[in-house]
Ligand binder design. Sequence first.
Ligand code: MSP
Length: 553
Amino acid sequence: MPKTFFITTAIDYTNSPPHIGHAYEKVLADVIARYHRLKGKRVFFLTGVDQHGQKVQQSAAKADMPPAEFVKDITQEFVDLWKKLDVQYDEWAETTDERHQRVVQGILRRLFDDGQIYKDKQEGYYSVRQEQFLTDKERGPAGEFGLEWGEVEFREEENYYFRLSDHKQWLLDLIDKRTKEGKPLVIPDFRQVELRNAVEKIGGDLCISRPKSRLDWGIELPFDKDFVTYVWFDALTNYISFAGYDSEIEKYDREPQEFRDRWPALQIIGKDILVPAHGIYWLIMLHAIGFPDEAMPQLLVHGWWNLSGAKMSKSAGNIIDPFVLAEKYGAEALRYYLMSDIATGQDADFSEERLVERYNSELANDLGNLLNRVLAMINKYRSGKITLPKRRPMEISAFHVLIQQGIDSYCQGLDGDAPEYPNIEPFHVEDAIRATSLITVHCNRFIDDSAPWKLAKSKSEKDVLKLDAALYDLADVTRILAILILPVLPKAAHRIFDQLNWKMELSEEEKRFSLADAEWRRLPDGHVVGKPVPLFPRIEDVNKSDVTRVITE
Ligand code: MSP
């Protein structure tokens, strides 16, 4: 059986409702997952929520609710958002789930029995945000702790520790080995450099517990009931616990077939949780429990959406609420904006004006208008029926060449690291979108240049054939465009297929779209298209109120 394409995202904290940053990451994963489905791959897309920890316990206390009840409500908001935004995951991770807790405890027990976890007393500076003690290595040049650590306070505590530093050299070697092999652990490149520098600085071990007297909203240590596990050991484990990993099995190659068929995953995370969580703790945890080097995941690190150049934050009251945007403009408009107005790996500035601008120009004016013109002309000049041109197969026009180039750059943007594109960084959804936009522009230009309305008036045999060929090609490219936009705009893609009358009733819904069909001449001779219905009604009268919402903890 071919291997499953396994893709995961960070699991979101359930201390406050979802914001636009969460939406971006999940839509990005959804687009990549849908693209792989389009290529005919079996896909396992895992996402979910991070329900334990101090932040959640504090937020629940503020709301005067038991944590279990509090996280249920917030979890529901995430589930509702993914439904609204058409984020089609295959498995949903909630860290209060019993099977997850069992795996976490199984891993902790094994590491403890192995001597990889030990008890010690510590006093020092503690980052409330990252929920860990800090060392001098984390201090900046003036002795200060950087902003990434949030509030820092002095503490003294007995706790359990994981022998992180024992694995430092292994991780450095692995980073180098994977780079040499051309399968970097981290993309984009500059993040890999950042990770390597951070690994060089590993000095001590990792505190993995909290006394229950201070935090009881967590998973109990299997070897000491007075403690719960520190949040990262709980959260990171979701990537395997919800994919069928069995922590009772000691050898990786004895793990259930289902798990080994899925793992390793492509893991999509934001830049703030590469170092130290995913790039260091996670990889070392996997190594410590016996995952071989070839079973280490790949980390795709995305940038952040900011507002007017500054970080969105609850305290600044500038959190962008994705529900309000989706309600106002529709899920597809929001998906399109989030995927097109940022370069994967980089930061971007959120702008509602840009969302509207892009939608009106690239979707309403270009793509929507193209579909409308093509169907209207076929209906008007040929009563809805298209005729396969009798051209010899070798006769390729400049228009065909442009379209083929567009299809190729689309695949390059999304595939990137496929063997045929050795020098291109993968997952540049924005480039793929640009390619589809260009195809649309070429089609509209082709209509203007070939002027079907003039050809329709001519009685000459040559013009009749020219008009047939132009209408056929335009219908065919519109069909190809529907396939290409499917990962980003699933609803619009189906609507284009419906209007083209491209039913494929016999195949299953999933198979209605396939990247293999994105080639010329798949529409049969004599095919009858449907009537045009506006695809993307223009957004007029933009009212900017209500988009930013203060999300209180
Ligand atoms: N719960 C941890 C992750 C545990 S993964 C085992 C966490 N949660 S979070 O809710 O704070 O963030 C979830 C994801 O959203 C992270 O990947 C984070 O980078 C991303 N984003 C949070 N704010 C963001 C933006 N403003 N823009 C883009 N993504 C951002 O960290």
